[in-house]
Design a protein around this ligand. Sequence first.
Ligand code: NDP
Ligand code: KYN
Length: 497
Amino acid sequence: MKPQPALKAVVVGAGPVGCLTAMSLVQLGWHVTLYERRPDLRSNSLHTNSEEHPRQHPRQRSINLTLSSRGIAAVQAINQGVVERLLHNAVPLQGRLVHFLNGNTQSQRYDRHGQCLHSIDRGLLNAILLDAAASTKNISIHFSHKVESVDFDRRTLHVRNTASSQEIDVDFDLCIGADGSHSVIRRFLMQTTQMEYSQHYLSHEYVEIRMPRGVDTSGQPTFLLDPDHLHVWPREEFTMVALPNKDKTFICALFAPKTVFDVLQSPGALSPFFKKFFPDLLLLLGEKHLERELQNNPRSHLITTKANPYHKGCVVILGDAAHSMVPFYGQGLNCALEDVRVLSILLRKEQERLSGAHELDHNSAAISRVLDRYSESRHNDLVAICDLAMENHLKLRHGVATWSYMIKGFIDNILYAISEKSAFMDYSTLTQIISSPKAPSAWIPLYTMVSFRPDIPYSVAKKKAERQERLIDRFGMGLGILGVGYFFWAVLQRSSM
Ligand SMILES: NC(=O)C1=CN([C@@H]2O[C@H](COP(=O)(O)OP(=O)(O)OC[C@H]3O[C@@H](n4cnc5c(N)ncnc54)[C@H](OP(=O)(O)O)[C@@H]3O)[C@@H](O)[C@H]2O)C=CC1
Ligand SMILES: Nc1ccccc1C(=O)C[C@H](N)C(=O)O
């Protein structure tokens, strides 16, 4: 059934998830009001950091986002034009470039078919999604409006206009909390449901370091590092990454234990540290620049939060409000956008099921049923990707620079090449179905499943990869035993001569 025009959804937070959710609900026939506590970010940062308008001021809020197939499929399900605009303003990354301590580098491709991650400035991505939401009929956006509380029984939000201090109560049929890691909606859910909730702070923090663009031999602006790669300097206890922007700058981030940053703040400590661990960056950026960046840019913490369930009645949390993950898999944004796709499919199915029967607005039980299904079906996948993101921290700090990682990757890719049927998938099916009903039987590397196969749920990818890894380990062990056997056989042969 088509919902009545009176059906009202409120979305809290106009970040990427809030904007996409609003657009997806309008497609289903809802009227949406979006409340964002910050002023409109487009008024001072619109189109900054794009190719045409390089960024004037470094944003101090987050490392670049990496958009991969899951995020793209989720946006594509709602608005193909937005995908094109996002990709136009992003830099495609074919793989990671590992910088070894001895100065050597190694390119590790993300996918043997050249599928890419897309590096994009967070503010720019948000501005593009805001533009699209703001120009969509039946969405009204209120900036500088902070949601202070939610009443689950009366289905109302209490909202304060932070500019005028005026306070209002807003009623809703469906409320989506897309209000980020420190979600107010989650806080109220926790007070009224038996929500399982955990948060884990990493002992590592990170500081961003901006890498300006350089100038080539003909005087044109150029990237100081290869822009086709995400750069990684694995140094065991800590790691540096660098992601390119469309304006030819890079955003680097140093991830290190708090104690390392404390030491770096003492006078004269910075130069010897960079000389020892990142001499190439010291040469590129210079001591003064590094000192300025490390002293002026804030130290940010890294947190994983997990919750369950994600809803009560007609109120649900999506994106960072429901699950914050560490950035090392580059899936935080993709997973958050996928939340929107999953919820939208479940809502549409329920609306179709009710077609001609009840009206959804007289039937809050139907909305609540959809949200039950959402929490139930989504939880294992969210836990899986939060855990995978943590595991990738170890890989980026150390694993990617080891022989065992490289050999396993090599075998993984050979088996992938032998067994695969089709590398690319048609995202259009993902507007109707959440994922394929069955895990593919072909051998597929974990990285490909997570980043480039939105039809495979995260939890299925994780389990399948664990099985595959056990097989590679057994194969490796088998080879090892054969090798040792051959060695002893050769020794015996010699001594009997
Ligand atoms: N690369 C990185 O380091 C980071 C990446 N991300 C990624 O961004 C993706 C999408 O994030 P998303 O879930 O949209 O969350 P976001 O944090 O991007 O957006 C939430 C928005 O809601 C606003 N808000 C918070 N509380 C209220 C309130 N009470 N009333 C009204 N507005 C409120 C927030 O303002 P305010 O910001 O002032 O709280 C923010 O603008 C995530 O997947 C995540 O991985 C997110 C954080 C860091
Ligand atoms: N976006 C990031 C931000 C910070 C650190 C890493 C990333 C990555 O995306 C890493 C990538 N997934 C990799 O495995 O090479």
